[in-house]
Design a protein around this ligand. Structure first.
Ligand code: NAD
Length: 297
């Protein structure tokens, strides 16, 4: 039977470890919070350890679920850290949301010691951590993912192979960037709506049929920029004009539209670099060119 170590028993880690225990695995747990350890021992018969090293000395799969990259690094390489006692054939799976650069560094430093790490950050919420329905974003070699698969699936109901070591945490960051920024943009749109006396319910119902809610990735981009066709279905300069109208209204009604103002700058620059009469999806072409250093702003 696979032995598991679980380090970091917070809002996410505690129910995740409990779900592994419920499937019959032997799990040795560690957290600086002694109450969190005691709860898992009393309620789910976890084994308790007093350092990360002792939690993982017999473990085949070691899981970390910690608040940030510095703490993951400390728990792995610090005094009585995981790296000092981890078996050479064990696999560390970091499930925390941390910077991909920090994650790469931890993986490379472990590799230099002959030790193995993959990452598997999670999507969804702490409610899904309780119900075992997390979305698992696996970043590792095929062999690593296969080795961790059964233990990981105790905590989630869907696993995505992100495409190799480091890609799981990159996928998580892109997803969070998009959904966190969209949350702010959605709030701006709702305030604009309400400031003009327009029903938010009516607006939501209408926008369910437009890229506003359906997303550009799966609608406007498909037959345009992703196929290198920039003939205008809707021109950059018209999009720029419409954003301006919304921003003028917001200005009069004191509705804060910071995301909208930033977007208007992007359309301005896209237009100024020759895309004004091209399709509005050419903002992607313009931003790609910027990233490659083809436009100086
Ligand atoms: P949390 O703050 O509730 O839990 C963190 C746990 O780590 C705590 O129990 C703390 O005592 C422990 N800890 C801190 N330092 C430690 C150390 N040196 N050694 C051992 N244990 C230590 O955080 P959380 O909500 O469980 O989040 C954990 C990770 O999951 C974060 O990276 C977070 O971004 C990510 N995440 C959270 C959610 C969510 O909805 N909460 C969803 C997806 C991903």
């Amino acid at each position: 039977m696979t032995n598991v170590a679980f380090i970091g028993l917070g809002q996410m880690g505690s129910p995740m470890a409990a779900n592994i225990l419920k499937k019959g695995y032997k799990v040795c747990v560690y957290d600086i919070n002694k109450d969190a350890v005691a709860k898992l021992v009393n309620e789910h018969k976890a084994l308790a350890a007093d350092t990360p090293a002792s939690a993982c000395k017999d473990a085949d799969i070691i899981i970390t679920m910690l608040p940030n990259g510095k703490l993951v690094s400390d728990v792995v390489f610090g005094q009585n850290g995981i790296a000092s006692k981890m078996k050479s054939d064990a696999l560390l799976v970091d499930m925390s949301t941390i910077s991909p650069f920090e994650s790469d560094e931890i993986r490379n430093n472990l590799q230099a010691k002959g030790l193995s790490m993959m990452e598997c950050p999670v999507g969804r919420t702490s409610t899904d951590a309780i119900t075992g329905t997390l979305l698992l974003l696996a970043g590792g070699t095929k062999e690593q993912i296969q080795k961790a698969h059964d233990v990981l699936m105790c905590m989630g109901n869907e696993m995505i192979d992100a495409g190799g070591p480091g890609m799981g945490i990159r996928l998580k960051i892109v997803n969070n960037y998009m959904s966190i920024a969209l949350n702010a943009l959605s709030a701006e749109a709702a305030v604009l709506c309400e400031s003009m006396g327009l029903s938010l319910d009516v607006a939501i119902e209408m926008m369910k049929g437009t890229p506003a809610i359906r997303s550009h990735f799966t609608t406007t981009w498909q037959n345009k920029v992703l196929k290198n066709d920039l003939n205008p279905a809707f021109m950059v300069d018209l999009a720029h004009k419409d954003l301006g109208i919304a921003l003028d209204i917001a200005n009069k009604l004191h509705a804060p539209l910071a995301m909208g103002a930033a977007s208007r700058e992007i359309y301005s620059q896209t237009s100024a670099h020759g895309f004004g009469r091209k399709d509005w999806t050419s903002v992607l072409t313009y931003l790609r060119d910027c990233q490659k250093g083809q436009h100086s702003n």
